[in-house]
Design a protein around this ligand. Structure first.
Ligand code: FAD
Length: 428
């Protein structure tokens, strides 16, 4: 029976790819295979919490092998290297263990329909010293590396007289949320006397090249975030165009410098570098694959792209859709019904993105955001309502990935988890 069904091969099990695999497999109309280079799914919007050590979710990390068994799709672990469009195959590279021993030689997987969901990465635009001296937050390995450095810096600060200095380059959601969560983690290092004397163990600075915080965000949201960062004692410097990062400081083009024990690069997002060599796809200037209004590549209707890897500019819009989990999730939802229709010879309607708003969660300073409501203009939200709305995106992801029953259990476990506040996670 399985052999007669059309084969859908999904490359990348992130925010969008995994939701699509789970939803399509539930339909049972096609045989679904998901490929990822790692063995566990990590929901990227919580990466800064992993990095700061404040993570407390039951779905923060979950085995693809378990999920595949649970939801009825096949999981293949391996690094996607290329797509042969003529042969309709995807090549996965050799797989080695930690000691370099060969686990699986390179292999080809066949498909009838392929979905590229390989995500994006931050780019340093070739800025001097970033590759050597700054951390980025693209993968769990990055988050683990950051957390080890953070803990070492905090131990040194507690033992010495000076606070640890962390400089974050980029004032988007990742930079601002990371700063807020680090302030939360700082509490885990206080000795009782430090707390009484209100001794600061952590200096946090956010540098932004644009003239204002969170470029592109609505003014009310920006003010809400700025007020909260101030309350958290996070300094923000705008108009700071970073020209170099060294082992001990961050320097701007106009000669200013900021001492840094740790520098984090959290600016600029482009398509994953592996996308460039996949096939002869049309690419945009940010290294993402251009797709049409049905999310199909412009060179091959049997290959779809979603999420951060896709460049989709809706009719009448000036810019492609934003690289967000919200967008990736809606595209996964769309493809879960569009692909079976296309395989059945029908023509699915176009993908329409519904912007549900933008929310920023700033640890103990609370959440702020703009929420679209009943097609009216976005309205500004703050406090508990904003926090609940912020978590709604992940709740929806948990439902889509785990199904209603297990999703509800995971959500309840998450809500009643005792690991709230500065619950510092010390290892990956
Ligand atoms: C710190 C942080 C906070 C964020 N907060 C929010 C938020 O609040 N709201 C929001 O909407 N968005 C947020 N985002 C953005 C959001 O995480 C991304 O837009 C979303 O994850 C994109 O989903 P995706 O499925 O396209 O790719 P990803 O989720 O990045 O998944 C890509 C997958 O592909 C795999 N992969 C990559 N290369 C290969 C390869 N060669 N072979 C095999 N597998 C490969 C990866 O292992 C990964 O599992 C945040 C991002 C970060 C970093």
């Amino acid at each position: 029976m399985q052999a007669q069904r059309k084969r859908v091969l999904i490359l990348g099990g992130g925010a969008g790819g995994l939701e699509l695999a789970a939803e399509l497999a539930a339909e049972k109309t096609c045989a679904v295979t998901l490929v990822d280079v790692v063995s566990t799914h990590l929901w990227k919007p919580r990466l800064h919490e992993f990095a700061a050590g404040t993570v407390n979710s039951t779905l923060a990390e979950i085995s693809f092998y378990m999920l595949a068994k649970m939801r009825g799709f096949r999981f293949e672990q391996g690094r996607v290297e290329a797509i042969d469009r003529a042969a309709k195959t995807v090549r996965l590279g050799d797989m080695h263990d930690q000691d370099g021993r060969l686990l699986t030689p390179a292999r080809n997987l066949s498909y009838d329909v392929c979905v590229v969901a390989l995500g994006g990465v931050t780019t340093d635009f070739g800025t001097e010293g970033v590759a050597e001296h700054a951390i980025r937050l693209d993968t769990k390995t990055d988050a683990d590396e950051f957390r080890e450095l953070f803990i070492a810096a905090m131990i040194a600060a507690r033992a010495g007289a000076d606070p640890a200095r962390i400089v974050i380059i980029g004032s988007g959601a990742t930079g601002t949320e990371l700063a807020a969560h680090l302030r939360l983690s700082e509490q885990a290092f206080f000795e009782p006397e430090d707390e009484r004397a209100r001794r600061k163990l952590l200096d946090l600075t956010i540098l932004e090249a644009a003239p204002e915080l969170m470029p592109g965000a609505n003014g009310e949201l920006r003010t809400g975030v700025a007020d909260r960062l101030k309350a958290l004692d996070v300094s923000v410097e705008t108009g700071a165009r970073v020209a170099a990062v060294t082992a001990s400081e961050v320097r701007s083009a106009d000669g200013k410098s900021w001492p840094a024990d740790i520098a984090v690069w959290a600016a600029g997002l482009v398509g994953h570098p592996c996308l460039k060599g996949l096939a002869d796809f049309e690419m945009d200037r940010k290294g993402r694959i251009v797709v049409d209004d049905r999310l199909r590549t412009t060179v091959d209707p049997a290959i779809y792209v979603l999420g951060d890897a896709a460049s989709h500019t809706p009719a009448g819009a000036q810019m492609p859709l934003p690289p967000t989990a919200q967008c990736a999730s809606q595209q996964a939802d769309y493809l879960a019904s569009a692909i079976p229709k296309a395989l059945a010879g029908e023509t699915p309607g176009p993908f329409v993105f519904r912007d549900k708003g933008k929310l920023v969660s700033l640890g103990r300073a609370g959440s702020v955001g703009l929420i679209g409501f009943a097609r009216k203009d976005d309205f500004y939200v703050a406090g508990q309502f904003a926090t609940a709305a912020y978590h709604a995106l992940q709740r929806q992801h948990q439902w889509a990935v785990l199904g209603p029953l297990r999703g509800t259990v995971a959500i309840v476990a998450d809500v009643i988890s005792p690991a709230r506040g500065p619950a510092l996670k010390l290892h990956g």
